[in-house]
Design a binder for this molecule. Structure first.
Ligand code: UD1
Length: 420
């Protein structure tokens, strides 16, 4: 197994190019199931989750050709409609194939994703919405068995909670349904918006894109032609490297970034003392000498993202004063706290609220990555820790960060990948 060894540094300097967004790429790859043509996708990140989803599609009979940051996916050859446990257990987002496969083939089986390090993460809202669209759903031997022999029917769906992959799944199902589907309390994340825009530009009319009420005009079972497109930049990867600039007091420039998607993150970094030079597709962070404490509540987009909570917690250990970070989306998303405490962080946890009393001097030690974003929090802490930090179980990091050690090395970090 690989691990990362990081030595604390004085400062970083240079430019980091941001990759395509993992969380946009996954639903967009699943969306190719709705296409009758071979779909060309550009600006994909080279991360394990993307390869996992392409493997899932390949197992179903699709052909996927992934080179550099491009893939060509042909789903016209799909013969299987069962997403098996061996793949789904490694990536919960596999559930994204349920809506489009059911809509196209009238039946689909997907292994139940099971537990997850950051919380229960049920998929009840996906299933309830598909049932409303006329699907018959049974849970049998750990699998969701969904059938809709006469196709899915458009209807009104109200999500009790905002769900990102739930919204994407139902938009894809609704795209091939008969009639119109109106989704209320839809997710407005940029990743969902991009999928809606692409469908809308390729024959599936969608109203309300970017709002909480989406109306999808179904094609009544007809597959669509999807023209080549490029995935939006990864706002979470960008946010993570902005935190790297802030925590090491270093001026860093990010290229190929979409500043509009980072408003909440930039606002919190500004509160903590950083300033920025922003162009259409670059952000340069001018960090402050002293980091100010902050109050953060994670919420759905456009509010502060839960996927940046762990990184800001690491940053708060270097702020002068008391920071309060409240996690509202996932009940167990504080696994990184005990690892940061091992490095010397003064963090107390009360339910879903973490209180960080900074500034803490951190020291390098052995720590364990527990989930994707928790891993990047440990990387940030290691950058400013005294001595050497070994971060184990970095397969979590590899699921979602494209060439993290190469990108950080380029700007002066002392980081290397080693084998246990
Ligand atoms: C997506 C992102 C993940 C991010 C999360 C929240 C992808 C691949 N993953 O995950 O990185 O952290 O959004 O921004 O895009 N819920 C239910 N029932 C459901 C579905 C969700 O109760 O059927 C709850 C969840 O437990 C959670 C909340 O709704 O508390 C939001 O979850 P959701 O938006 O669905 O997260 P994901 O789409 O899994």
């Amino acid at each position: 197994m690989d691990y990362l060894q990081i030595k604390g540094v004085k400062s970083l300097n240079g430019t980091i190019e941001i990759s395509g967004a993992k969380n946009a790429s996954l639903p967009l790859i699943a969306m190719t199931i709705l296409a009758k043509n071979s779909v060309h996708i550009k600006n994909l990140p080279d991360v394990v989750d993307i390869k996992t989803l392409l493997k899932l599609l390949t197992n179903l009979g699709a052909s996927c050709n992934f080179h550099d940051d491009k893939v060509v996916v042909d789903t016209s050859t799909i013969t299987e409609t069962k997403a098996t446990y061996d793949i789904v257990k490694t990536m919960r987002a596999s559930i994204l194939v349920l809506g489009p496969i059911l809509a196209r083939f009238g039946h689909c089986e997907v292994s139940l994703p099971g537990g997850c390090a950051i919380g229960q993460r049920p998929i009840d809202l996906h299933l309830k919405a598909l049932e409303q669209m006329g699907a018959n759903i049974k849970i049998k031997s750990g699998y969701i068995e969904a059938t809709a022999p006469n196709g899915l029917k458009g209807c009104n769906i109200n999500f009790d909670k905002i769900t990102v992959t739930g919204t994407a799944n139902i938009v894809m199902a609704a795209a091939l349904a008969c009639g119109n589907t109106t989704i209320t309390n839809a997710a407005r994340e940029p990743e969902v918006v991009q999928m809606c825009e692409i469908l809308n530009a390729n024959g599936v009319k969608i109203e309300g894109i970017g709002t909480a009420i989406l109306t999808v005009h179904g094609t009544d079972g007809k597959c669509i032609d999807i023209k080549e497109f490029s995935v939006i930049p990864d706002r979470i990867e960008a946010g993570t490297y902005l935190c790297a600039g802030a925590i090491t007091h270093s001026e860093l420039t990010l290229s190929n970034v979409e500043p509009k998607h980072l408003v909440a993150v930039l606002a919190k970094l500004e509160e903590m003392g950083s300033s920025f030079t922003i162009t259409d597709d670059t952000i340069t962070i001018h960090p402050s000498k002293k980091i100010k404490p902050v109050k953060i509540v994670t919420q759905e987009y456009p509010a502060f993202p839960t996927d940046m909570q762990a990184q800001f917690l690491a940053l708060a250990t270097q702020a002068d004063g008391v920071s309060i970070i409240e996690e509202r989306l996932f009940e167990n998303r504080f696994m990184h706290v005990s690892e940061l405490q091992r490095m010397g962080a003064d963090i107390s946890l009360n339910g879903n609220i973490a209180t960080v009393s900074g500034k803490n001097s951190l020291s390098g030690t052995d720590v364990m990555a527990t989930d994707l974003r928790a891993s990047s929090a440990l990387v940030l802490a290691a950058l400013v820790a005294d001595g050497e930090t070994d971060i184990h179980r970095i397969y979590h990091l590899d699921r979602g960060y494209d060439n993290l050690e190469g990108k950080l090395k380029n700007v002066g970090a002392k980081i290397q990948r080693l084998k246990e």
